[in-house]
Design a protein around this ligand. Structure first.
Ligand SMILES: Cc1cc2nc3c(=O)[nH]c(=O)nc-3n(C[C@H](O)[C@H](O)[C@H](O)COP(=O)(O)O)c2cc1C
Length: 367
C-alpha cells in the first residue's frame, strides 16, 4: 500500500478500522509551531461518527500524541498521533470475506492482497482512516492559517437538494461563518432541512445518497505548482482521491465551463487600486497552467452514495463460486457527505502546505 503523501514533507497514514488504533506519522511540520489541540479536536469531531442521521457507531475520536510535540509545541521530531479504536463489532463483517459488498473495496482488496486483507469494518479502506488524515490536515490547516492562508468547505449538494451557487467568487466571510457547522450551506436551515430529508428518505428505503462538497482556499500567493505533472490541480487531486468514496473533482467552472464560449469562460485581468493583478471573474478557480494565480482557489468533489446499504443486493460467493444475495450488516451512514467535509478540507490543506513548503525552499535557494 502507499498511504504516504507529500513531496516536501511526509504524511503516512496507518491502521485498520477494527485494529488497535489508527494514526499518522508526519515528518516536516515546522518546529516551534504551537498546535491548538482543542481546535484540532473540535475539527476532528466534525468528522466523527455519531451525529444525527450518521452511523450509530459512536467513537470519541480522541487524538493522542505519541511524539513530536511537547506542551502543544512541535519539537521537530516526527509527529506521531493515534486514535484508539474502541467501538468495534467485527462479527458484523465475517460474511464479507466470502461475499463482497457491491461498491466497496472488498472484491478488489481480495484480488490484490490474496485474502490477507483485514475486512473487519472495511480494514484500511474504511472511512475511519480519514480520522488520521484529519489530524494531519487539521494541523496543516492551522499552520497555513498562521500564514494568512485559509481553507474552508461547504456542502453544495446532497441527493437532489442543492445549496445556492457562489455568486462570482467563493465568499470567504460566508464560508468562515459556516466552518464547523453540521450542514455548512449558504442557504441556511431550509436548505439543510431539504438535504436531511433526502438522507432520511434514503435511509427509509434501506438505501444511501451521495453529494458534492465545494472547497475554497483563500490568501494563496500566485506562483505555486510545478507544471506539467505537479501542477496545483494534480497535487490537490492526488490527495483528495485518497479520501474513500471520492469519485470526481472539478476546478473552477469545471465541466460546466466546457459548455461555455471562451469569451464567457475567460476571466478578464485588471489592476486593482493597490496595483495588484486580479481577475474580474474566477472561472479558472485560482489556477492557470497548473500554477496558482493569486485568486481564490476552489474546486468541487463528488462523493458517491455510501456503498454499504441495508437493501438486499446481488453479489457472489467466492467459496461456492455462485451468485448470491447479500444483506449488509453493521453500522453505516446513509450519507457520508457531511462527515467528508473536514476530510476534503484536510486533503486541500495538506496539498497546499506541500506546495507552499516547496515555494519556501525555492525562495531560500540561491539558484
Ligand atoms: C467519512 C467517511 C465515512 C465512510 N463511511 C462508510 C460507511 O459507513 N460504510 C461504507 O460502506 N462506506 C463508507 N465510506 C466509503 C468507503 O470507505 C468507500 O466507498 C470504499 O472504501 C470504496 O472506495 P471508493 O468508493 O473510493 O472506490 C466512508 C467514507 C468516508 C470518507
Amino acid at each position: 500500500m502507499a498511504s504516504i503523501i507529500g513531496d516536501n514533507f511526509k504524511v503516512s497514514i496507518f491502521g485498520q478500522s477494527h485494529g488497535e488504533a489508527i494514526g499518522t506519522v508526519i515528518d516536516g511540520f515546522p518546529a516551534g509551531f504551537s498546535v491548538d489541540v482543542e481546535k484540532l479536536q473540535n475539527f476532528l469531531n466534525t468528522r466523527a461518527p455519531g451525529g444525527h442521521l450518521a452511523t450509530p457507531r459512536k467513537e470519541a475520536d480522541k487524538v493522542e500524541f505519541l511524539s513530536g510535540i511537547v506542551d502543544g509545541v512541535l519539537c521537530g521530531a516526527p509527529l506521531a498521533a493515534i486514535i484508539r479504536n474502541t467501538n468495534t463489532r467485527s462479527g458484523d463483517y465475517k460474511e464479507l470475506m466470502d461475499v463482497p459488498r457491491p461498491g466497496h473495496a472488498d472484491f478488489t482488496a481480495r484480488i490484490k492482497y490474496g485474502g490477507a486483507q483485514d475486512v473487519r469494518g472495511g480494514g484500511h479502506f474504511s472511512g475511519r482512516l480519514t480520522a488520521p488524515l484529519c489530524i494531519a490536515g487539521g494541523i496543516a490547516r492551522q499552520i497555513l492559517e498562521a500564514q494568512g492562508i485559509k481553507v474552508y468547505a461547504r456542502i453544495k449538494q446532497i441527493g437532489s437538494a442543492k445549496d445556492s451557487p457562489f455568486s462570482e467568487f467563493p465568499d470567504e466571510k460566508k464560508m468562515e461563518a459556516l466552518d464547523g457547522a453540521c450542514y455548512p450551506v449558504y442557504g441556511g436551515e431550509s436548505v439543510a432541512e431539504k438535504m436531511m430529508a433526502e438522507i432520511e428518505a434514503a435511509r427509509n428505503d434501506l438505501d444511501s445518497v451521495g453529494g458534492i462538497i465545494e472547497c475554497a482556499v483563500f490568501g494563496l500567493p500566485a506562483g505555486l505548482g510545478e507544471p506539467m505533472f505537479d501542477g496545483a490541480e494534480g497535487v490537490i487531486s492526488k490527495v483528495v482521491f485518497g479520501i474513500p468514496a471520492v469519485k470526481g473533482i472539478e476546478f473552477g467552472s469545471g465541466f460546466s465551463g466546457s459548455a461555455m464560449r471562451g469569451s464567457e469562460n475567460n476571466d478578464p485581468f485588471y489592476y486593482d487600486n493597490d496595483g495588484n493583478v486580479k481577475t474580474a471573474t474566477n472561472n479558472h478557480g485560482g489556477i492557470l497552467g497548473g500554477i496558482t494565480s493569486g485568486m481564490p482557489l476552489y474546486f468541487s468533489v463528488a462523493i458517491k452514495p455510501t456503498p454499504s446499504i441495508a437493501k438486499t443486493q446481488q453479489s457472489i460467493s467466492f467459496s461456492n463460486k455462485e451468485n448470491t444475495e447479500l444483506n449488509v450488516k453493521g453500522r453505516h451512514d446513509p450519507c457520508i457527505v457531511a462527515r467528508a467535509v473536514p476530510c476534503v478540507i484536510s486533503a486541500a490543506a495538506l496539498a497546499v502546505y506541500d506546495m507552499v513548503k516547496k515555494a519556501d525552499f525555492k525562495s531560500k535557494s540561491k539558484f
